[in-house]
Design a protein around this ligand. Structure first.
Ligand code: ZN
Length: 495
């Protein structure tokens, strides 16, 4: 069905299903992953969009457009972890599709997706969802999608879109800006002011997430150059997608996409040329994307090199914001000891968090596998509001325990540590500790550097390990670096 104008007004449908899958997470994603509390429907898709989100940014554009009627479908972002049970996704997709069918006719569609979602049956969920949307709206209605910088964009996804706008920052601080630009692109398209299309160029590389920082890392110069090529007429957007490296799927590798105006003379040729140039430059610079880390055995040596705290010890291999479980003790076990400086840390452990949260304050209990015994300091609800990424959180049972020098917040489910929300929630101030273990690979820098810029990145093991060639990949393309040529890895230097 092709969209029709409703008088002079344009009807656009908006919605999204976002999730970041990590194939190496040992904790199974629950059937209830898309809990009601994480879903906004209808008007709430925009009206209740959290600040610092794509739809919060898109809302301001739609509110300023007097000729546009917005139909909210549904939007959800329950976070990340192991691939979603297919049935749970299918139920939500069917509801999404049904809402879109009911909303017909529409003149345009705006989707906010992550770009690295998988189920236990489907490796390319974004393509599946977009295909379902196209089946309803047809191929003439403009369809614009925004995605995370860590999206693994497949050719089939790009071929179905009129526009694809990725985050330009890592750590991601341009959620709203991305939403605004996506909404503006959609409105231009539905008003006939542009006729956008997407060109995709794959880059045969997969890299550790620590190398994706657009403030300090090698990606910054490539991203700046890419943005300088946007001219607002034939070239509407240039996005670099540094695929999150722990999604074991054929589509996982970097990509460059150019959204161009096909109505502009030479638009497609220019898009192709830009995408290939940016991709070639990235590939030529591959050596710069290696990262240096501190070996777990050298943590204290690195920490004590700083004269003041708190020192942030980044447990990069076990990052819940990268979908890892957050239960690895590879890093934390080295931080605990009698007489050592004070440490604040987190850990996922269902049994321990439940037992501790049911124990009286001050009680000593079996703390295995953390320690033979731990003192219970406090229990707390697992529900709170996270500032970054913004939205409601439920980590299940939650308790604070102490052992020797360490105060540890134990949660039933993995807790993202990209900001201090969890510590704030349980009443702990990181500034009061000499060392804070942060289970994150690099995304924590956006908020944590206001607490401290003294950072030790640890080469720890877990579901978000940087030792990519040592992870049990089965489906990934071996033609992508570093799989294409096994590197001789020097101590502390990782591909
Ligand atoms: Zn990301």
């Amino acid at each position: 069905m092709t969209g029709r104008n409703i008088g002079n007004r344009k009807r656009v449908a908006v919605g999204g299903i976002r999730y970041e899958a990590n194939s190496f997470s040992a904790i199974e994603c629950p059937e209830t992953v898309f809990e009601e509390q994480f879903i906004r429907r209808g008007r709430a898709v925009l009206a209740a969009a959290p600040a610092n989100s794509e739809f919060f940014g898109a809302r301001s554009v739609f509110e300023a457009a007097s000729d546009v009627e917005v139909v909210g479908l549904l939007d959800t972002y329950p976070g990340c972890g192991s691939p979603v049970p297919h049935g749970a996704y299918e139920r939500l997709r069917n509801e999404f599709v049904s809402l879109l069918r009911d909303a017909q006719p529409v003149n345009g569609v705006l989707l906010s997706l992550h770009g690295a979602m998988a189920t236990d049956e489907e490796d390319d969920v974004e393509a599946d969802l977009i295909r379902a949307v196209r089946a309803i709206v047809g191929h003439e209605v403009p369809l614009i999608v925004s995605m995370d910088l860590h999206a693994a964009v497949s050719e089939s996804t790009a071929s179905m879109l009129d526009g694809l706008i990725g985050f330009k920052t890592c750590p991601h601080t341009d959620y709203e800006e991305t939403g605004r630009r996506s909404a503006e692109l959609l409105l231009d398209a539905v008003r006939g002011a542009s006729s956008p299309a997407v060109f995709l160029e794959p880059v045969a590389m997969i890299t550790a997430a620590e190398a994706h920082d657009t403030n300090t890392g090698p990606l910054s110069s490539h991203m700046n150059h890419a943005q300088s090529l946007v001219d607002g007429s034939s070239v509407l957007d240039v996005s670099i997608f540094a695929a999150q490296p722990w999604l074991d799927a054929e589509r996982t590798r970097w990509t460059v996409t150019v959204t161009y105006d096909r109505a502009e003379c030479g638009g497609q040729a220019r898009a192709r040329s830009i995408a290939r140039t940016v991709a070639t430059d990235l590939n030529a610079d591959i050596g710069s994307f290696r990262v240096r880390k501190t070996a777990v055995g050298d943590i204290w040596q690195s920490v004590l090199a700083f004269t003041a705290g708190p020192v942030l010890v980044a447990d990069s291999g076990d990052s819940p914001s990268a979908g890892a479980d957050g239960h690895s003790l590879d890093c934390l076990s080295r931080l605990i000891g009698e007489g050592l400086p004070t440490v604040l840390a987190t850990m996922t452990h269902p049994e321990l968090s439940i037992a501790a949260s049911h124990s009286p304050t001050g009680a000593w209990m079996n703390g295995e596998p953390l320690a033979p015994s731990v003192e219970v300091i406090a229990a707390a609800s697992g529900r709170f509001e996270r500032r970054y990424p913004a939205g409601p959180v439920d980590v299940g049972s939650c308790a604070v325990v102490r052992v020797h020098n360490a105060t540890v917040v134990i949660t039933e489910r993995p807790a993202m540590m990209l900001d201090t929300s969890l510590f704030d929630h349980v009443g702990l101030d990181p500034a009061n500790f000499a060392v804070v273990q942060v289970k994150s690979a690099g995304g924590f820098r956006a908020h944590w550097t206001s607490i401290s810029d003294r950072i030790v990145i640890v080469d720890s093991l877990g579901g978000s390990s940087s030792r990519l060639t040592e992870l049990p990949f089965h489906k990934i393309s071996r033609s992508s670096w570093p799989f294409s040529e096994r590197q001789t890895v020097q101590s502390g230097e990782l591909p």
